[in-house]
Design a protein around this ligand. Structure first.
Ligand SMILES: [Cu+2]
Length: 162
């Protein structure tokens, strides 16, 4: 325990008891502060999540498959929201570091040059799931978390030209 804390405890011990008037006054101050706070507009959680170093890095596994890991959390974002792979097999992991939010991952229907049907239908807090698919025609493949599509949880996978 540090010295400052000890000093505070000592001071509290020697403080004379306050009367009911003082208690009422401090209660009124607390109310005033709370009322002040309630004026602020509700906002979406900030993206303060720290992303792991491996997120978004496309690597080739020993079996020759391209691997990439995306992260999401207690916000409405994929990190990174954009990445590029070469045509060929892809092993994509989505890691949900959230304590509260459940997400999913799917390629947006009817948007890319071809439909990639593999998806992660449900990714609970703390879960990490992997799908494998083949990246075919070059172009941009939009993906989304359909639970939070309205909150802008989307991204784009680009398949480069061969
Ligand atoms: Cu989501």
């Amino acid at each position: 325990m540090n010295v400052a804390a000890d000093r505070t405890r000592g001071a509290r011990r020697t403080t004379p008891r306050r009367g009911p008037a003082a208690a009422l006054l401090s209660g009124a101050l607390v109310l005033a502060v709370l009322t002040g706070c309630s004026n602020s507009e509700p906002t979406l959680p900030e993206v303060t999540r720290a992303t792991s170093a491996d997120a978004g890095v496309v690597q080739t596994a020993p079996d020759g498959v391209q691997e990439i890991t995306l992260e999401t959390g207690d916000d409405y974002a994929f990190t990174p929201a954009a990445f590029t792979v070469a045509p060929g097999p892809v092993r994509l992991t989505v890691r949900n570091t959230a304590e509260q939010l459940t997400h999913n991952f799917l390629f947006t229907e009817g948007k890319g040059p071809a439909q990639i049907v593999e998806q992660i239908p449900f990714l609970g807090p703390g879960d990490s799931k992997t799908i494998e698919f083949t990246a075919g025609a070059p172009g941009d493949y939009p993906f989304e978390c359909s639970f939070h599509l309205a909150l802008g949880q989307v991204g784009t996978m680009t398949v480069s030209a061969p």
